[in-house]
Design a protein. Sequence first.
Length: 332
Amino acid sequence: MTLFVVAALAFVGVTLLGLGLFGRPDQSRPTCSACNADARPAAWDSPPVCACGARLDRAGAVRTRGRIRRPRVAVVGVLVVGLAAGLAGLSRWMDDTGRTWWDLVPMAVVNAGLRGQYSWAHRAVDSRRSRGELDDAAYADAFLAAYAAALPYSEEHQLFVDGVRSEWTESPFEAARLANPMLNFDVFVTLAKESLGASPGDTVLIQPRMAQSQFGNRMWFFRLTSVTVDSIEVPVQSEVFEGEPSRIILPHSPAARVTVPQTDGSTPDLCVVVEGYLVCTRAGLAAVADPRVDSAAPPEEWGIDAIAIPVRHEAHFPRGTTAGSAAGDAAP
């Protein structure tokens, strides 16, 4: 394909160069070769005869004004020939280095292609990475463009993306594995039973969703900091180890439970706000059992190696008007 394009450009360039340098006959004012008179008035005569009596339908009887040269066409021809030569050289260099045309596309365009899930963009990233031309930071951006864009966005989604990117330079392979559970994280807040609305005494369930809870020596969990109902902080009932209350919720474990308190009911909907941290740590179950983690303390006071991303999730339930079951308003 490249050879065909080069040949076509070369042909067009040489043709334009020839037209520009050698020109074409000027037919604008033909004259009689015998008397140099204007031959155009005799054009419609049969046979065409000049005023001097010379026949104008014979070879050499009519003389033109020479050839018209076009310097601009010649310049365009030179440029097209140069383009063909440059393209041929570039193609040879790409063949020698194992590159493809997609390798010449700027990474900003490649990342846009990754967000659109185009196969050529994936091939461009793999090709550049295999030659060592894509550093860890650029590769992280490409990975996140490919796997983060298709998910719904929320306030915390960009925090998850930044968390993956910050881990990348330390361990690219492990960061790639972190991305799937991190970018697929969500919190579901629902009523424990179907009813006509949320009323005082009803139970609200809080359950995180993660693609996976553990791989290698990494463990994921959700650490609750607080739950408020209509701006009133309420206690949380949650157990990780049987019989022991906890602020930690593990994937696929029983949901945390809160009881709707008596509120003034001044708004049409009951507002439940869940605040906490999405946590990924190498400490495993030791982190779950650590009282510093299983508290309202911020991550900097835990004293463990962990990625902790703040989450603020808000859900609304009607007050006795429709069946009360709602997921959170935002999902990363």
